[in-house]
Ligand binder design. Structure first.
Ligand code: AGP
Length: 616
């Protein structure tokens, strides 16, 4: 899950490539590199670390040219070294290639090539692909653009795995070639210039007219134009999309981190997730994108929700919502398990895959597996035109706007909002009365104001967070709708502060977890004043009995019992059980954020992580 950017046109390529890479840094930040074409030569610069490190090194040793490719890496094969940084070259050194994805059969191919005398500089899978293209081109005996493209086709037929790639060759100034299978690649159309990128955010400052490449497509770009064909050599139709995203959407504004900006955007993102989808007349939700009639929705006997990481936690809240509001049996499946599991599924099973990026490899594979088995498979995505969105049988866009911070925040609350709308729709087709439907709608309409009140608690939560920032272990507990929120709160803290945090269903304490409780291990209880409040209270008592510090998230006006028992209490606006996960998760986002800031962690680019996991 790296990021690649390519440029060919009339302007100096390097500044455009570096700015684009900076926008894609959330996809991987182990190392970065650039290759440009200048006077028939390829010049390469690559550095370990961030784009700014590469920018500094280029500042000392500039390279020019109006054609170039670039890469920011999330290491999959080979350690984080300068040699393993991209671009990688072929045997002649006249072809350079950047790659996002994994060549699964690279090892056997490398052995073959070494037997032919090829020598490799890096440990990467990518360098093998560069050598394969170079070999095929050299063997063609022709030094034409067509021969180079055919050489790429030949090489791509030899590899298995995923790729989004860009190539330049010293003999073809003013030319870039791109190809994709499994990893996203978008072509940006400019005036006298063209772009390639893993994500539109890298090029939206230059153009908003783009073409999303499909799997097995090759794009050949010059400053004057581009062609798209398949790896079989046939022409390929394409659509030009004008993206809504603006430059401002992908900048931090006055916030010190994208994560903090995105936490503060949740009044708008949750409002946008509901916009035009609350049908007051019918007291239900309107989700035209599902492409299903009420009769088809009525025939659904089982729902499967699948995703990874935070998306899986949102799915777990959705399971509670659909079963509580619509009484439809619902299960959550990790996408990485679902894709290999032989889950017995009846024909009336409806599958939803959830993905903010719409590019997560395991979730994409779960989608394809579900469709292969003939199940209607719908997507809940944020990234318009992403691969999952395009391959689903329909679905719901989250409209949360770009999410750049690696730690998912507003995408979680948007996914829970969308799942609550789906539960309302399925419920109204079954057991939910019109008055119950109207009550749910008015509760949802009251949500943005309540979110705004939680956002105003930031400094109060920040001061509590700072008090616990030195803890090495933290436990998160919740019941029912808030059990998944305990998991999500722990994930947020883990991924940005590296504290060993874990989440549990509160009652599981007595069955082992309580062994971890001591004075140094804080427990965070999500305990709104709902049907299981007093059960949570007893669990808090058990922790206090062992001297464990407790922070509780409770309900405004009903926090007395908690205040008497707990070390710190955060009181949130009252809400029905199916909406408390949205309010509580925002409080936990602030909690994790301020602990990470206190510890001096790089909140937007936590170690070893990346925003979109496009490899298995
Ligand atoms: C969450 O903060 C993480 N970034 C990660 O767990 C993420 O939720 C997961 O990789 C799924 O991503 P997706 O929603 O883009 O598919």
């Amino acid at each position: 899950m790296c990021g690649i950017v390519g440029y060919v046109g009339h302007a100096e390529a390097v500044p455009i490539l570096l700015d684009g890479l900076k926008r894609l840094e959330y996809r991987g930040y182990d190392s970065a590199g650039v290759a440009t074409l200048e006077e028939g030569c390829i010049s390469i610069r690559k550095e370990i670390g961030r784009i700014d490190d590469l920018r500094r090194s280029i500042g000392k040793n500039p390279l020019g040219g109006t054609t170039g490719i670039s890469h920011t890496r999330w290491a999959t094969h080979g350690k984080v070294t300068q040699k393993n940084a991209h671009p990688h070259c072929d045997r002649s050194g006249r072809l350079a290639l950047v790659h996002n994805g994994v060549i699964e059969n690279y090892s056997s191919l490398r052995t073959q090539l070494e037997e032919e005398g090829h020598q490799f500089i890096s440990q990467t899978d990518t360098e093998v692909l560069a050598h394969l293209v170079g070999r095929a081109f050299d063997r063609s005996g022709e030094r034409t653009q067509g021969a180079l493209v055919s050489a790429l086709r030949e090489a791509l037929h030899l590899v298995s795995g995923t790729y989004g790639i860009a190539i330049v060759h010293a003999e073809f100034p003013g030319l870039i070639i791109g190809a994709r299978r499994g990893s996203p690649l978008v072509l940006g159309i400019g005036k006298g210039e063209n772009f390639l990128a893993s994500d539109v955010s890298a090029i939206v400052g230059h153009t908003r007219d783009v073409v999303y490449l499909n799997d097995y497509e090759i794009a050949v770009l010059t400053g004057e134009g581009f062609t798209i064909s398949t790896i079989e050599g046939n022409g390929a139709d394409y659509n030009v999309t004008t993206v809504e995203m603006t430059d401002e959407d992908v900048s931090k504004g006055h916030h010190s981190h994208f994560m903090l900006k995105e936490i503060h955007e949740q009044v708008k993102s949750v409002t946008d997730a509901m916009r035009g989808r609350l049908a007051h007349e019918e007291a239900t939700a309107k989700l035209g994108g599902l492409n299903m009639t009420n009769a088809e929705l009525r025939s659904v006997e089982r729902v499967i929700l699948s995703g990874c990481g935070t998306a899986f936690h949102a799915a777990m809240v959705g399971e509670y919502a659909i079963e509580t509001l619509a009484q439809v049996p619902t299960e959550c499946e990790f996408a990485s398990e679902f894709r290999y599991r032989n889950l017995p599924m009846t024909k009336d099973t409806l599958v939803f895959v959830l993905s903010q990026s719409g590019e997560t490899a395991d979730t994409l594979a779960a989608l394809r597996e579900s469709k292969r088995k003939g199940h209607r498979t719908l997507g809940i995505c944020n990234n318009v035109a992403s691969t999952i969105a395009r391959e689903s049988d329909g679905g719901v866009y989250m409209h949360a706007g770009p999410e750049i911070g690696v730690a998912a925040t507003k995408s979680f609350t948007s996914q829970v909002t969308v799942l609550t709308l789906i539960a309302l729709l399925l419920g109204r087709i079954r057991n939910l009365s019109s008055s119950e439907g109207s009550r749910i709608i008015s509760e949802m309409e009251g949500l943005p104001a309540k979110i705004d009140r939680v956002l105003k608690l930031e400094q109060e939560i920040a001061s509590i967070a700072r008090r616990y920032a030195q803890a090495k272990v933290m436990l998160f507990m919740g019941r029912q709708f808030n059990y998944p929120v305990a998991l999500e709160g722990a994930l947020k803290l883990k991924e940005i502060s590296y504290i060993a945090a874990s989440g549990y269903a509160s009652a599981e304490l007595k069955h082992g977890v309580i062994a971890l409780v001591n004075e140094e291990t804080p427990s965070i209880f999500i305990a709104p004043h709902d049907a299981v409040f007093h059960k949570n209270l007893s669990n808090i008592e058990e922790v206090k009995a062992r001297g464990g510090p407790v922070i509780a998230i409770g309900t405004e006006g009903k926090g007395q019992e908690l205040s008497l028992l707990c070390d710190d209490v955060i009181l949130l606006p009252e809400a029905p059980e199916y909406l408390t996960p949205i309010l509580a998760s925002i409080a936990l986002q602030f909690f994790a954020y301020h602990i990470a800031v206190t510890l001096g962690c790089d909140v937007d680019k936590p170690r070893n992580l990346a925003k979109s996991v496009t490899v298995e």
